[in-house]
Design a protein around this ligand. Structure first.
Ligand code: ATP
Length: 536
């Protein structure tokens, strides 16, 4: 498994990812996708849409599927009526706790600082660092500086107990912030709402305040009735959407894992309350197997059911699909996707208003004019089954995935360094991205062995033919071994070479990126040969 430095460097070098606004020094928490990155991410989103929406019923008859079901999609706006966020709970509850350091002027998420008690030279401190695989080394460096110790006097430093989270420390008087020089410079934790605020219209008063969506899900709930009324779908029905979401994360980090602008791939699956437990299990398992089908190493992926005390008050089950990202310490996993049983919470609160823990509408807040300020839409969002005539508020299962986290996981998982022969036949180390052919940014590269004798003409003909069907790359520059290597780094599964023999018998060689094996076949069969392998 590669380390993060190798991944970040390859992503920049080969045009997967760049820091946003790089020429101005970058903007923390924002990332741009380059020529290879945009293809990879599009392929991942397309695979998701094809497998979850378009071809969902290829699978719905498999054992384990509770019953046939329908799937469809929407594409809703980033800015919605501000009342939506009040009813969804985001306005009041979507916050993290932050602490500021008066000394270093840095801001941290309260739950992302870890520390350990230490003493030396008669002084004692809770020495901290930002959580992550470097945390222990950073704490040691912080402690050495604070206690003014040299490397040769390291035995004078005594650590007490184990590393714990700052959330377990009641008073910060003896806490040494991750970049602070003195004790007690961290402020008490404060709530920080993660929604980006903006203004709609020219007047710009508080009345015109709106928010960039922190999740795509709400747009689906808002259109639940529209979708049912404009189609002939019956429940169980899933409505899917992909699109940008925004969260003003306090400490964006770990490359694209925690960004402030990111893309989600979400499904709201509406079903009868009596069947919801079964559908929850179906979606949890279906989503896990989707990552397996696209080639993620099963040993780096896990499904983690939330404990009861982690669940939201409306949820009877939530599971996370997690990946062992290289920026995490050994044995730690980061969330790729959450699958939640949301009960009838969302449809009910958009209908009746924000609900309390017993699912009763909360007391309505009054505005300055004495009229209710926030309330539900008042629209009936229940469903009537036209066969049984039963009317009910559907339950919802929500598989919510991040397109950027998935893209990062696929890159990390695909990264290998191994050996391949160079142009002289000597084995050399190569970097290769072993993407599943379905998500590979470039499906095939076409090379003339040399730039003469009619080889470029024949290669270009093949290139133009394949290009009609998928993303192909043509390259005639430099030694062929070097051209192979560049495609290995881009994750291109197949390289087609036109050589001397090609001119005589109209055959080409196709080299497999992973096995390095080459097969010779008629040029006219290339399209079928590759299509069969890349279309899942
Ligand atoms: P975390 O606990 O890591 O902040 P979350 O539980 O808040 O994530 P959800 O609200 O369940 O995340 O969002 C669903 C998915 O959206 C996540 O599984 C993740 O893939 C993606 N996602 C959420 N926040 C971010 C972010 N800041 N950057 C990139 N992707 C994100």
């Amino acid at each position: 498994m590669a380390n993060m430095e190798q991944i970040v460097s390859l992503c920049k070098r080969r045009g997967f990812l760049f820091q946003s606004s790089e020429i101005y020094g970058g903007l923390n928490g924002f990332w741009d996708y380059g020529p290879l990155g945009v293809e990879l991410k599009r392929n991942i989103k397309e695979a998701w849409w094809q497998d979850m929406v378009v071809r969902h019923d290829d699978l719905s008859q498999l054992p384990g599927t509770p019953s046939p079901y329908s799937m469809t999609g929407v594409d809703t706006t980033i800015i919605v009526h501000p009342q939506v966020w009040k009813c969804s709970g985001h306005y009041d509850l979507f916050h993290d706790f932050m602490v500021d350091c008066r000394d270093s002027k840095r801001r941290y998420r309260h739950d992302q600082i870890v520390g350990r008690w230490a003493d030396a030279k008669g002084k004692r401190a809770f020495v901290t660092a930002q959580a992550g695989d470097e945390a222990e080394q950073q704490m040691e460096r912080q402690a050495m500086k604070f206690f003014n110790l040299r490397a040769k006097n390291i035995e004078e430093l005594n650590w007490e107990g184990t590393t714990i989270c700052l959330t377990e420390i009641a008073s910060f008087e003896e806490v040494l912030g991750p970049e602070a020089k003195a004790l007690g410079t961290l402020t008490p934790p404060r709530e920080f709402n993660l929604m980006f605020k903006t203004t709609v219209g020219a007047l710009g008063g508080e009345e015109d305040a709106a928010f960039l969506r922190p999740e795509t899900a709400q747009g689906i709930f808002l259109n639940f009735k529209n979708v049912l009324d404009s189609t002939r779908f019956r429940l169980p029905l899933g409505i899917a959407q992909t699109g940008k979401s925004f969260r003003n994360e306090i400490t964006p980090r770990n490359f694209t894992f925690r960004s402030r602008e990111f893309e989600q791939m979400e499904i709201e699956f509406f079903c009868h309350p009596n069947e919801s437990a079964e559908w929850y299990r179906y979606w949890r398992d279906r989503r896990l197997s989707w990552y397996h089908e696209l080639g993620i190493s099963p040993e780096r992926l896990r499904l983690r059911e939330h404990h009861e005390d982690e669940l939201s008050h409306y949820s009877t089950g939530t599971a996370d699909i997690e990946y062992a990202f290289p920026f995490l310490a050994a044995g730690e996993y980061g969330e790729l996707e959450g699958i939640a049983h949301r009960g009838d919470f969302d449809l009910r609160s958009h209908s009746e208003g924000k609900l309390d823990e017993k699912r009763r509408p909360l007391e309505v807040e009054l505005g300055p004019d004495g009229k209710p300020k926030w309330r539900g839409s008042g629209k009936d969002l229940s469903y009537r089954d036209d066969l049984t005539n039963e009317k009910y508020i559907p339950h919802v299962i929500e598989p919510s995935a991040g397109a950027d986290r998935a893209t990062l996981a696929f890159i990390c998982d695909a990264y290998y360094e191994d050996e391949a022969p160079d142009d002289e036949g000597k084995m050399q180390t190569r970097t290769v991205l072993k993407f599943h052919p379905r998500i590979a940014p470039i499906k095939a590269a076409v090379f003339p062995l040399v730039k003469k004798d009619g080889m470029p003409e024949m290669a270009k003909e093949i290139y133009l033919e394949l290009k009609k069907r998928f993303n192909v790359f043509y390259d005639e520059k430099g030694a062929v071994g070097r051209r192979y290597r560049r495609q290995d780094e881009a994750g291109t599964p197949y390289c087609i070479t036109v050589d001397g023999q090609s001119l005589l018998d109209k055959t080409v060689t196709i080299r497999d990126r992973d096995s390095l094996e080459q097969v010779r076949l008629p040029a006219s069969e290339c399209l079928a040969w590759i299509s069969e392998r890349i279309l899942g």
